[in-house]
Design a protein. Structure first.
Length: 421
């Protein structure tokens, strides 16, 4: 249960924060966000906001999504579909009910013949089963349509659709999701840095602490000692010192250090630790920390940049040396969540930061269906001065989404084989 909760929290927070980016900039651009959903699947709860957005909670607590007007075919009412209409005193439609789960008092029953909820805002059909004549009603620009599952959504006239926003506004809306993931990663790395009390000062060789009964403690080294040389090799910074120590497992080394302006030398036999089939030397000393507020803030950005470059390097390796074992899907995330849950809150925060950075980078790949693919279409429009037709853009998106789903199925099956068999 602890693993499941960790997985759901990590996955949902990262995805919902991503969708909040799209949501915020769509609103700023005047694009109607018809629904902001937390979770997937059947609806459990819905609240219609004054801003025209339906805020819903859905049954499967995994991620979430935003439905922006014009991003997809918004209504699919076929001719012959039975519906009911709620009219105001002027005879203008304020609600269109397509759901059998919802009953509207004083609603007019209709069988649809045709409708236009984008430009002309009219709906036409047979009333009370009388097919001898059709009746047309004007539709209010802020009317609602009740979907099959009972969710009320605003209709989407052309002026509030995604395609009607300016190009730069659409670019920002598409980029905002990955941007939010990068911001979340920086915040989470900042939480880790502040919880540790600071960041490692890599330019210093002053010991901040020694492990009890470790080689350094047994030899008499103390916090505040500054190491100046190892086996006669001058040491300028912490990485240089690490390199010298790690290269000599289970070996006696000579350590020169300064204490209270007095130079001393001590012989220490290193411990040996195993990692990925290799043996490394260890003294049991802690690196010095920078504890200033701005040092911590800078450390959050430094760790974020390091994770960004690490992921890019891994991505480059995947592209040029493709191996499905290098990829991981929800099952792999669940497995990592299990390990993180057993190691404490800081490991969970680190996992969330890395997944958020991963999601931000992955979504910027120029693949149809991802934010990066949409940005490529925006770039095409900016260069050519005209956008692709909705039909072509929709076809490209469907193909890209299909390929992504196929890759996800392959990766998930591979994860199941790897972790459970």
């Amino acid at each position: 249960m602890k693993t499941i909760l960790t997985f759901l929290i990590v996955f949902s927070v990262v995805v919902v924060v991503h969708e909040l980016g799209h949501f915020y900039f769509a609103k700023r651009a005047g694009i109607l966000v018809r629904e902001f959903a937390i979770g997937m699947g059947p609806k459990l709860f819905s609240h219609q906001g004054k801003d025209g957005t339906a805020y819903t909670i859905r049954m499967l607590p995994m991620g979430g999504y935003v439905r922006m007007a014009g991003y997809e075919e918004d209504e699919e009412m076929k001719p012959g579909t039975p519906i009911s209409l709620l009219l105001n005193d002027e005879g203008v439609v304020t609600k269109i009910n397509t759901s059998k789960k919802v009953q509207l008092v004083n609603a007019v029953p209709m069988e649809i013949v045709r409708y236009d909820l984008v430009d002309n805002l009219t709906i036409t059909g047979f009333i009370n089963g009388d097919e001898s004549q059709t009746v047309s009603y004007p539709v209010n620009r802020e009317a609602f349509i009740i979907e099959e599952d009972g969710t009320e959504l605003r209709i989407a006239p052309r002026e509030v659709q995604f395609q009607s926003a300016k190009l730069w506004q659409r670019v920002l809306t598409n980029f905002a999701g990955p941007l939010n993931n990068f911001i979340l990663a920086v915040i989470l790395f900042g939480i880790l840095v502040f919880s540790r009390g600071g960041v490692v000062d890599l330019n210093s060789t002053v010991i901040s602490g020694v492990a009890e009964n470790g080689p350094a403690a047994v030899a008499g080294l103390k916090a505040g000692d500054e190491i100046t040389a190892i086996d006669g090799v001058a040491i300028e910074n912490w990485p240089e010192m690490q390199k010298e120590i790690q290269s000599k497992p289970n070996q006696k080394i000579s350590v020169d250090f300064s204490r209270n302006n007095e130079e001393k030398t001590v012989a220490i036999t290193t411990d040996a630790i195993e990692s990925q089939g290799q043996s490394f030397g260890q003294l049991g000393i802690q690196a010095p920390m920078k504890t200033g507020f701005m040092d911590k803030v800078k450390g959050a950005f430094t760790e974020s940049i390091a994770s960004f470059t690490q992921i890019l390097s891994a991505l480059r390796n995947i592209i040029f040396n493709f191996d499905v074992d290098q990829l991981g899907g929800p099952v792999a995330i669940f497995q990592m969540s299990s390990q993180a849950a057993s190691q404490g809150i800081t490991t969970i925060i680190y996992l969330m930061a890395m997944i958020s950075m991963n999601l931000g980078i992955f979504n910027l790949l120029p693949i149809p269906g991802l934010d990066g693919g949409k940005l490529i279409l925006n770039l095409y429009e900016g260069v050519r001065g005209e956008s692709l037709s909705q039909e072509k853009e929709g076809l490209i998106t469907i193909i890209g989404f299909g390929l992504l789903m196929l890759l996800m199925i392959i990766v998930t099956w591979n994860d199941i084989q790897r972790f459970f068999f």
